[in-house]
Design a protein around this ligand. Structure first.
Ligand code: GUN
Length: 286
């Protein structure tokens, strides 16, 4: 049996950033407009610090102006909302992201709702999630949009395909299910209470794992030849990173498989850049 083809998220993301760089240069030339992204980091979560650093680095590469605002964990709700209000009105800023999770004591929902929907680079505002549900998305959440690009890179026909998403989070599982549905897949959304997860997953032509449970998806749960997308980033006690998929076992069964790291992660950041450029373009439209 041949091994799964590994989907090169890192390479696909690099090509996307390169295309975006061209687009930013054209925007500057033709409209004198430089897209700007504000990245807000509250507290000292080490993983969040790394993610924000990678986002700021990607901005530099693409030619997006970035403003990183780092606040102490003890920041009050009022202080955070005041900062977002300022960014909402800053003409140099077209996209705002608030890195999640927020420290305990801050109201994540109120914070996400305070970002102007037109500047919501993550697509987490309920207004943007509502547009996605309604079938005319304005801003797509970055990870789900990146997942769809990775699936499309395999050439699989989604119309009528069985797609199974494991994990029902607001920022990955639910919007990914909606995007797959919009592409006419038959979608099953599984979660921690799903009965007989193995049998449900085995039906999948496309399997997306976004649970945060290391190596939950074993070879027995995968249909031979399936496209398997691993969204998990789990730090193990020995400091190694593993996904939600048992990579070595599943690669013997799947047709296509994303690695961790180097699969979904770089795509999330590339889609954030794309959302920021699109927001700048919309702001400049006459
Ligand atoms: N935390 C985990 N994923 C994300 C993401 O895509 N954006 C933000 N802002 N925070 C996150």
């Amino acid at each position: 049996m041949t091994q799964a083809q590994i989907i090169d998220g890192k390479g696909i993301a690099a090509r996307l950033r390169s295309a975006l760089r061209q687009e930013v240069q054209a925007l500057q030339r033709e409209q004198g407009l430089t897209p700007g992204l504000a990245a807000v980091l509250v507290g000292e979560n080490p993983a969040s610090q790394i993610y924000v650093r990678m986002k700021v680095k990607a901005c530099k590469e693409v030619g997006i102006y970035s403003r990183q605002v780092t606040l102490p964990a003890a920041t009050s709700q009022e202080q955070l909302l005041a900062l977002i209000a300022e960014l909402n009105h800053d003409p140099q800023i077209h996209g705002i992201l608030v890195q999640l999770p927020l420290p305990a004591g801050l109201d994540e929902r109120a914070v996400l709702e305070s970002v102007r929907p037109a500047k919501d680079a993550d697509g987490f505002h309920p207004e943007n999630l509502g547009y996605l549900l309604a079938g005319y998305p304005q801003v797509l959440p970055c990870t789900p949009a990146g997942i769809l690009k990775l699936i499309d890179s395999t050439g699989i026909e989604l119309v009528g395909a069985q797609a199974v998403v494991v994990g029902r989070s607001l920022i990955v599982g639910k919007p990914t299910a909606l995007l797959l549905l919009s592409r006419h897949a038959t979608v099953t959304l599984c979660h921690s209470r799903t009965r007989d997860l193995e049998q449900v997953c085995r039906r999948a032509d496309v399997l997306v794992a976004a649970t945060g449970r290391p190596r939950l998806i074993t070879a027995e749960m995968v249909q031979p030849g399936a496209v398997v997308i691993d969204v998990g980033v789990n730090r193990m006690p020995d400091r190694s990173l593993v996904g939600d998929v048992d990579f070595e076992a599943v690669r013997q069964v799947a047709g296509y498989l994303t690695p961790v790291p180097g699969g979904v992660g770089p795509m999330t950041i590339a889609m954030l850049m794309q959302n920021t450029v699109a927001a700048a373009r919309r702001s400049g439209a006459k």
